[in-house]
Design a binder for this molecule. Sequence first.
Ligand code: NDP
Ligand SMILES: O=C1O[C@H](COP(=O)(O)O)[C@@H](O)[C@H](O)[C@H]1O
Length: 493
Amino acid sequence: MEDNRQSEAVFVIFGSTGDLAKRKLFPSLYNLYVKGLLSNKFAVIGLGRREWNDETLRGVVQEALEESNQQLDKVDSFLTHFSYLSFDVTNKDSYKGLKQEIENKEKDFQLPGNRIFYMAMAPEFFGQIAQSIHNYGLKETNGWTRLVIEKPFGTDLQTAKVLNNEIREAFAEDEIYRIDHYLGKEMVQNIQVIRFANAMFAPLWNNRHIANVQITSSEKLGVEGRGGYYEKSGALRDMVQNHMLQMVSLLAMDVPLQLTTDEIRSEKIKVLRALRLITNDNIDDTVVRAQYDEGTINGQQVPSYVEEDNVDPQSHTETYVAAKLMIDNHVWAGVPFYIRTGKRMAVKSTKIVVEFKEMPLNLYAKEHKATGPNLLIIHIQPDEGITIVLNGKKIGSADTTPVHLEYRHDSEDRINTPEAYERLLYDCMMGDATNFAHWDEVSLSWSLVDAISNAWKESARKPVNYRAGTMGPKEADQLLAGENHAWWPVEEM
Ligand SMILES: NC(=O)C1=CN([C@@H]2O[C@H](COP(=O)(O)OP(=O)(O)OC[C@H]3O[C@@H](n4cnc5c(N)ncnc54)[C@H](OP(=O)(O)O)[C@@H]3O)[C@@H](O)[C@H]2O)C=CC1
Ligand SMILES: O=C1O[C@H](COP(=O)(O)O)[C@@H](O)[C@H](O)[C@H]1O
């Protein structure tokens, strides 16, 4: 039985009139409510500058639930927990009204004083909001207080440090929950179970048996009206700094002493510390940056990146990154971790392929030349599951053939699979920060990303182009070819 007392809290959503709140936060809270994981004792205070009232917000929440195809049988009681306060985060006087509103809701719903402040707003406000929460006494309560912060956490190491210092003046590290929604995905969370709960993988998980690891996160979508943001971010900051490096660290971390937040984070941090630095000297051999050209997606002609709204026609912003990352430690020396991510690619897919080394002497390979390496494929999205690729005998023949052992979640499992945000909100209520990024992870990731970004500034090479609707530029194939490796065709797996 889950401990519902932990979820007896006020959720204060800064930016409740925005896109994230509507598409992700309201449906996730509702799912938790329907599943009984959110106690009946909770209140949500939505904030935004718009002159809305409680009814307007409740109407928007209801619309959000209808759009996300929820069963609406509990919606009326759910909505009674929502209220709205018109609020400008830059106006200090607003916080006095917010304090009063929180206290009123705590009285109305008989809450013990637990408060979650969720920043679903543009990052330039994060520091200021955290400090005002502290300065205006919103943390003075008999319960706990937690701060949930959306990405991006800074735009480089320097800005991330400034932001972190501002936040840390108001909240302790263990009160801060930095969202990386990939850490809420079912199969990303499954990486540790696959690795640490299976005798068949644990002894093989090192440079003696693994040839390379490939992580692909491809999207069909373009920048979808976010050109202004994306111009400054590019795929490097948008996807690599957070989601891709989080997956690398989960795949390469050593076995933690225990499954606690501190132990797991500490092992992940060691991986990030061991990442080989990228410099002007090795950038051209280790990282490929590219930008999409026009092309065809789902049978429709789509424009090139530089023709998108709010994008400079001369832009050099990368919409695709592929990189060969080396982890300079005892376990992984010599094993490339290849990552690639991009917009306007052939498929929407996130997959991890672990390629095992060939046997020293494989008699069948010699005879039949048809054996391939063993693979472990972790399907993160849209399909969820794992595939193990082995060599087997072709039935009725002496030839060998690849055999796929598949486990995919069936449709019933998938209906019950919570969305990433739902899991993360739940973890935050329970005080479990394991699947949130610690400051050390954020800062180490920024160090690598800054090194790449600086080397790009110095490099004579500009981004290459790839046609929209493809799996990226040929240069990304060359990145692997030098090591006699090739990208596995995730679009067909
Ligand atoms: N949308 C998404 O899918 C994702 C978003 N994120 C992150 O989530 C955060 C929010 O994104 P998103 O919802 O898309 O952004 P939106 O632009 O849709 O919403 C911004 C929100 O901020 C509020 N706001 C802006 N200025 C003020 C102010 N001075 N005082 C009070 N409220 C203000 C707006 O309310 P009003 O206009 O009423 O003032 C609105 O509710 C960002 O950090 C983004 O990077 C991360 C991953 C995915
Ligand atoms: O954080 C982000 O992630 C999405 C991709 O998320 P996914 O869960 O659909 O794989 C990406 O589209 C967006 O640009 C980025 O900000």
